[in-house]
Design a protein. Sequence first.
Length: 222
Amino acid sequence: MTRVKFWGHAFCSLEEKEQILAFDPFYPQGKIPESFFPTLILVTHAHGDHLGEALNLSVRTGSPVLGTFELAEYLKEKGASTIDGNFGGKIAFPFGWVKIVPAVHTSTSPDGKALGNPCGFLLKFFDRIFYHAGDTALFSDMALLKNEGEIFCAFLPIGGHYTMDPNEALEAVKLIEPQIVVPIHYNTFPLIRQDPLLFKKKVEVETKTRVFILEPGEEVDI
Ligand code: NI
Ligand code: MN
């Protein structure tokens, strides 16, 4: 059983057996409570709505931030504990492994530094595979992700404008074939307003995937 929490925007966490993973810890509701103690912080790219409180979280908890080389170096210079990686390799962790996978997007820090390429994360979390896509357009190589094994749960952006919209995310679901999709990166601000129920309906009519719509702050044991 994994406890999955959708904090809001692209910020999600996975928790099982003392391992707590935080993805893209930008918390639209305010400041992340001090009771939240992730053991690993994964950041897909340097945009402020993903980097969020990664630096503060790492400094407060001593837990590392995992990101691509340029992003990890940037955070290390600012005082974070970091693990750098790059595309293609698997990085071993007590819960399994994380593979840094492509995302079609850009990655500039809030203070204007171009920090390499953005990414997504494919990970084996205990006995199941999860995928956090980060910010991305639809791309056909998403079909390769399942070469590592069936994907149990995928976090996919549906907001449009900066990322896939619901129609493209539906195509992504057809390429990835996960058991569950959790839509992210929508309705945080007006430019990315979408109806997740419409997305859910289309996905569940056209594919075998189930869509879990989580409200910001909602968690589910799966
Ligand atoms: Ni972005
Ligand atoms: Mn974003």
